[in-house]
Design a binder for this molecule. Structure first.
Ligand SMILES: Cc1cc2nc3c(=O)[nH]c(=O)nc-3n(C[C@H](O)[C@H](O)[C@H](O)COP(=O)(O)OP(=O)(O)OC[C@H]3O[C@@H](n4cnc5c(N)ncnc54)[C@H](O)[C@@H]3O)c2cc1C
Length: 406
């Protein structure tokens, strides 16, 4: 087999939303980028999932220039209703708490990834290799060599930096021997989409049941994406229920808030886990998104953290390039790690704390969480603090101007 070779400034392994966001943030930067994606464009975009996106993720997409293509096709919510199971006293987060038009958005995977793919097709400094498979990765003092197979052809890429954006089972992380620390939960998530008859479709619900949280996220067309968490065996049993019984259970767990329900997608099952990579960077290597960390889906944080990783890394690389520094140098990459690792750790810890304190029937935990909810209802500064923490506004915000143009 003949091997061809080419050079570039950085190789992004993984053309999911996080990898594509990084590539898009580096548009017109003078840095040449190659994105390697295992699947074809269509298959990569075909994933059946919707994500709660924070206003900060929207702001990052806006600065990159893709938001106007995403916004018309996604759900928008003005309130978040948080409750302890079906207890009547709920905490209401409202737009006045953040002084924004919306508290967040709900976007289907396909909508976001296809918008990024279309946008990147017009970026002359970004090239895609897909479907493509990594056959080898070698890190050297002054560069890295990526061996990749595309359509039966071997290619050798010489680059200053490899970015692992290849998701939770990252091959890049594995080949670099970077360990993760974390655990698997006793819970799995069932995700699916429903059509409903409620008159309003601008409220997101997070209902904490003793089995695990249930998120109800509004999508356009009177639809909702639901993330229903339960212990593994129960989640498996729920997934296997016939449709009428499934919907009866769902109506009970949603408290009848949405009227008559209709399933519009197959319920899918995901085991829940949490981890943080011991290192986000090495010389000539950086990890972003799920390749670097994974958290409980509670509160819809994972992708938002990954989008912030991508924007932060883009900012660090653009600043380093402007100062004529070597973008693959570990001291440059450490700036990104110092920025993002601690912030991600805080969110991972907070979602874990919420899951543990709510997912049980233990009386002291029940008293503690009801007191916490009372505090949230009563003291607006505390409510605003929690909202800002969960939407990334408490951390260091990527300078979106830098992403617009250097
Ligand atoms: C049930 C559930 C609900 C969730 N809900 C939310 C939510 O509401 N909000 C939110 O923010 N997050 C949510 N998340 C988390 C979110 O799904 C992830 O954090 C996000 O998808 C990570 O994006 P990524 O681009 O890092 O990884 P991925 O989406 O996994 O993308 C990785 C890409 O890399 C490609 N790839 C993999 N291996 C290779 C390889 N060796 N070579 C080349 N390419 C490769 C893959 O094909 C893929 O395209 C949820 C997660 C779960 C499980």
């Amino acid at each position: 087999m003949q091997t061809t070779s080419q050079e570039c400034d950085l190789v992004i392994v993984g053309g999911g939303i996080v990898g594509a966001t990084l590539a898009a943030a580096l548009k017109d930067s003078g840095l040449s980028v190659i994105v390697i994606e295992l699947l074809s464009f269509d298959r990569a975009a075909a994933r059946e999932r919707a994500y709660a996106l924070s206003p900060l993720s929207g702001q990052i997409f806006q600065s990159i220039g893709v938001w106007q293509n995403i916004l018309p096709h996604i759900g928008k919510y003005r309130q978040i209703h948080l409750s302890d199971a079906d207890a009547p006293r709920i905490v209401k987060f409202q737009t006045v708490d953040l002084d924004k038009e919306f508290l967040g958005y709900v976007a289907e995977h396909k909508t976001v990834l296809q918008s990024l793919q279309k946008y990147l097709a017009r970026c002359t400094n970004v090239k895609w290799l897909c479907p493509a498979k990594i056959c080898g990765l070698t890190y050297r003092a002054s560069d890295a060599i990526v061996e990749v197979e595309v359509a039966g052809q071997k290619q050798q890429l010489r680059t200053k930096l490899v970015v692992g954006a290849d998701g939770v089972r990252s091959q890049v992380r594995h080949l670099a021997g970077i360990e993760t620390r974390g655990w698997k939960y006793w819970q799995s998530c069932i995700t699916f989409t429903i059509k409903h008859q409620a008159s309003r479709n601008d409220i997101a619900f997070e209902r904490f049941w003793p089995d695990g949280p249930m998120a109800v996220l509004p999508l356009p067309g009177n639809r909702c994406h639901i993330v229903w968490t339960a212990p593994h065996a129960k989640a498996e049993a729920i997934q296997k229920l016939d449709e009428p019984e499934f919907l009866t259970q769902l109506e009970y767990y949603t408290g009848g808030l949405l009227g008559k329900l209709e399933l519009t997608s197959e319920p899918l099952l995901f085991p829940v886990e949490l981890f943080q990579s011991r290192h986000y960077v090495r010389s000539r290597l950086a990890l972003i998104g799920d390749a670097a960390h994974r958290c409980h889906p509670l509160g819809g944080q994972g992708l938002n953290l990954g989008i912030r990783d991508a924007a932060a890394l883009a900012q660090v690389l653009l600043e380093a390039d402007r100062l004529r520094e070597d973008i693959g140098n570990q001291s440059v990459l450490k700036r990104y790690e110092r920025w993002r690792k601690r912030e991600n750790f805080t969110i991972l810890g907070f979602t874990d704390f919420l899951d543990r304190i709510f997912s049980n029937n233990w009386l002291p935990a029940l008293i503690f969480r009801r007191f916490g909810l009372w505090l949230l209802r009563t003291f607006s500064p505390l409510r605003i603090f929690v909202l800002e923490l969960m939407t990334g506004l408490k951390g260091r915000i990527p300078q979106t101007k830098i992403l617009q143009k250097i």
